[in-house]
Design a protein around this ligand. Structure first.
Ligand code: ZN
Length: 133
C-alpha cells in the first residue's frame, strides 16, 4: 500500500455545547488538516496522485469554505446571531470537535472523488484527531 499526504493550514473559530471546561466559550484555532490518500498501485507516473490534484480540490475547498469561518453545532443559538450579522458560519449536526471536523473533511474529499483514507486534524500542535478507514 502506498500513501501520500498533504497538510493544509486553516484558521477557524468554534465552541462546544455542553463542555464543562474552556471549550464552551467561543475561541479560535490555527488548525492543520493532513489528508492521506492511499493506493495499492502507482499510476503511470509512479504516483499515488499528483499533490496538485489535492491542492486543486480539497485544499481549495478548505480554503474557501472552512478557513476563517466559525463552525457551530446546529443547536447553538449563536449561529443565528452571527448569520444575522453577515458572519460566515459552518453548521455541524454535532459539536464541532476535531473528531467531527476530521470526518467532515474526509467525507468532503470522498464526495469529490478523492480516494481519501485518513484525515488528521490538529487543533493545537499537541492535540489531534484522526478519522479514517
Ligand atoms: Zn477548540
Amino acid at each position: 500500500m502506498y500513501k501520500i499526504s498533504r497538510q493544509i493550514d486553516f484558521c477557524y473559530a468554534h465552541r462546544l455545547l455542553g463542555h464543562q471546561g474552556k471549550c464552551r466559550f467561543l475561541h479560535g484555532h490555527h488548525g492543520r488538516a493532513r489528508i492521506t490518500i492511499s493506493a495499492e498501485k502507482l499510476n503511470e507516473m509512479g504516483m499515488v496522485m499528483d499533490f496538485g490534484d489535492i491542492r486543486g480540490t480539497l485544499e481549495a475547498w478548505i480554503d474557501a469554505e472552512l478557513d476563517h469561518r466559525t463552525i457551530l453545532c446546529r443547536e447553538d443559538p449563536l449561529a443565528a446571531v452571527l448569520r444575522e450579522r453577515g458572519e460566515p458560519v459552518v453548521i455541524f449536526e454535532e459539536n464541532p470537535t476535531a473528531e467531527n471536523l476530521a470526518r467532515f473533511i474526509y467525507e468532503k474529499g470522498r464526495e469529490m472523488g478523492l480516494p481519501v483514507t485518513e484525515v488528521r486534524v490538529w487543533e493545537t500542535p499537541k492535540c489531534s484527531a484522526i478519522y479514517g478507514r
